[in-house]
Design a binder for this molecule. Structure first.
Ligand code: FAD
Ligand code: NAP
Length: 555
């Protein structure tokens, strides 16, 4: 009870209340959702677990954290004043800069007064008679809302594998996705980094510069493309801003909502020299546009092999010791896990204070008081960094006890893997929306335009419900089944499902394997627009008195 009072005093907000909309999460998605709902005249409250706004960019303060989508694209476009006034300093913005930007957004649009920080949403329960959600939080709030929007993030539920003896480690350990705000000093320390995904690839080169010794525990070698990051040329920034609307509109028509300079040619249809030239040019440019080198890289294994071989050669030339280089060669399909973007990653393994430890065939056996063991060999460590990723896309949603129709939980509904209509709504959970939920393009795109598209679609939908005298909206089973089938068949035609990626849930023991994101931003946007234009086709809209509503919702 004391905690409730403290929280209410800190944020000047009451523990109870009735709102049109409750929004969970204050990252890019939650902040814009709040702004949009308020702009339409709805009352809204945001609950955020962190002690500040920013989401991903609040939590991920590890050394080297930055975006892999260029700054001029990785930002909101809903306000031209905002995109004109904000000045990005680097080609790929660093975590502190993105966090500053999101705090600026919160201030500029006066969002803070409706955001309650330090507050975990624990449960959301739909009351069929009232047609409203009840939301309960760790701070003792119990509020009601007609609509509930989950802006909980796709990569916000950290995964720390349950290694034997984990709690016995005497030194500090950190997860990249929950990094101490005050930073960490690794100078003179023996450090172990577990994992070699995007987060690891960013922090390893910097931790290596501080640590007395760094052991990198690698299960699956990763493909990483050099970022060639640097100061953002003010002239480039000026040119983009002069034409920002067209720049954004053009990018939204691209498959990932992101300009990776898609080449329509097949990797197999041209002579090897030409192919090499294309790869060299993209390697020199840096970053995710390497993925756009050829149209068939994610459809033909033979085409994909040409990209893999090219990167293998780059690794062999970057790493002096051929034995270490060989250990770093990725053998999975290029792109079936999100490629990393790095600054000096492979070169870091030339340092005498860095050791690459293979934990693929011989996994980490045990964490001990002062290190860990692999194949009976002991690695003495002063600190451990878990760069072990996330329970992606569904993790944060399923941590909340969400109960819809007849008290059925989302956990039960998604027991065989997530099932949604368009990634925004789920059968049995009326008036509940998920921003960038499973079944939407989300993590296969530049996330910011995807988030904005969802926010705007959800806001329009809520407005439609209100203005047409309805009280509830819920997807039909037929529409959801057809959508899930479509998402799977699109993914099934590609090489994406061929490796154990987090896109598939394969990184979490026991998680159902379903390819969660939808491939193709423009067709997805078109589908969403068509659904809305047809009066929310595939949804049931409900009006009426309590009795009628209850009957309709119970069907
Ligand atoms: P988040 O930023 O994850 O925010 C969700 C918020 O919800 C969090 O603050 C969390 O605390 C809160 N929350 C969750 N559950 C609860 C609960 N029960 N109660 C209260 N609060 C809750 N995407 C790109 O497109 N390009 C990039 O370059 C890129 N780089 C990335 C780098 C890192 C290190 C990571 C982890 C992700 C990156 N992403 C990138 C993906 C990134 O997550 C999105 O771009 C974007 O920031 C997501 O915003 P969001 O608001 O949807 O979610
Ligand atoms: P990740 O890509 O899932 O990588 C996790 C790493 O930990 C993998 O190498 C994984 O190995 C390893 N791992 C997990 N469990 C393990 C175990 N039990 N034993 C040994 N190793 C284990 O997570 P991430 O690096 O945090 O990135 C997640 C996503 O966030 C990215 O794909 C990207 O979308 C986003 N991100 C982007 C950036 C950026 O550049 N802007 C930076 C960070 C994150 P396996 O591969 O064998 O599972």
């Amino acid at each position: 009870m004391a905690k409730v009072k403290l929280n209410a005093m800190e944020t000047n907000q009451e523990p109870g209340g009735d709102f049109d909309v409750v929004i969970v999460g204050a990252g890019f998605a939650g902040l814009y959702m709040l702004h949009r709902m308020r702009g339409l005249g709805f009352s809204a409250r945001v609950f955020e677990a962190g002690s500040g706004v920013g989401g991903t960019w609040f939590w991920n303060r590890y050394p080297g954290a930055r975006c892999d989508v260029e700054s001029m694209e990785y930002s909101y476009q809903f306000s031209d004043e905002l995109q004109q006034e904000w000045v990005w300093t680097e080609r790929y913005a660093s975590q502190p800069e993105i966090l500053r930007y999101l705090n600026h957004v919160a201030d500029r649009f006066s969002l803070r007064r409706d955001i309650q920080l330090n507050t975990h949403v624990l449960a959301a329960t739909f009351n069929e008679t009232a047609g409203r959600w009840t939301i309960e939080t760790s701070a003792g709030n119990r509020v009601s809302a007609q609509f509930c929007v989950m802006a909980t993030g796709c990569l916000s539920s950290t995964n720390t594998p349950n290694f034997k003896g984990r709690s016995h480690f005497a030194g500090p350990s950190y997860h990249t996705g929950n990094w101490p705000q005050e930073g960490v000093d690794f100078i003179g320390k023996r450090v172990g980094v577990i994992g070699t995904g995007s987060s690891a690839v960013q922090c390893i080169p910097l931790i290596a510069q501080q640590a007395s010794h760094l052991n990198v525990f690698q299960r699956t070698p990763t493909y990483t493309i050099p970022a060639h990051n640097g100061p953002l040329d003010p002239e480039v920034q000026r040119e983009v801003k002069a034409n920002y609307a067209n720049f954004r509109a053009y990018n939204k028509l691209l498959p990932s909502g992101l300009n990776i300079r898609h080449n329509e040619a097949s990797a197999l249809a041209i002579p090897k020299e030409e192919r090499q030239h294309e790869y060299e040019e993209r390697w020199a440019h840096g970053g995710l546009p390497f993925l756009g080198a050829f149209a068939d890289l994610l459809f033909s294994k033979e085409a994909n092999d040409t990209a893999a071989e090219f990167i293998h050669e780059k690794i062999r030339s970057a790493v002096h010791d051929p034995v270490i280089a060989e250990k770093l060669l990725p053998r999975i399909v290029f792109g079936c896990k999100r490629p990393c973007v790095d600054t000096g990653y492979y070169q870091t393994f030339n340092r005498s204070n860095v050791t690459l430890v293979n934990v693929s065939s011989s996994p980490i056996e045990e964490i001990t008081e002062n290190g860990l063991t692999v194949k009976g060999k002991k690695y003495e460590l002063d600190a451990i960094v878990f760069a072990t990723g996330y329970d992606a896309m569904t993790g944060s949603l399923l941590k909340i006890d969400i109960r819809g129709h007849c008290g059925r939980s989302l956990k039960e509904a998604w027991a065989e893997g997530p099932r949604t209509y368009l990634g925004v709504a789920t059968v049995g959970f009326p008036n509940l929306f998920t921003i960038t939920g499973p079944g939407s393009p989300s993590v296969l795109t530049n996330m910011i335009p995807s988030i904005e598209q969802h926010v705007e679609w959800i806001a329009d939908c809520v407005l439609y419900v209100r203005d047409h005298g309805f009280v509830c909206i819920k997807p039909t089973l037929a529409a959801q089944d057809a959508w899930v089938h479509h998402v799977n068949s699109v993914a099934g035609a590609t090489l994406f499902p061929t490796c154990n990626s987090w896109y598939l849930g394969a990184n979490i023991p026991g998680k159902s394997r379903v390819f969660m994101p939808y491939l193709g931003f423009p067709p997805y946007v078109q589908k969403c627009n068509d659904v809305a234009a047809k009066g929310y086709e595939g949804f049931v809209l409900i009006r009426g008195n309590d009795g009628e509503r209850h009957a309709a919702l119970s069907r």
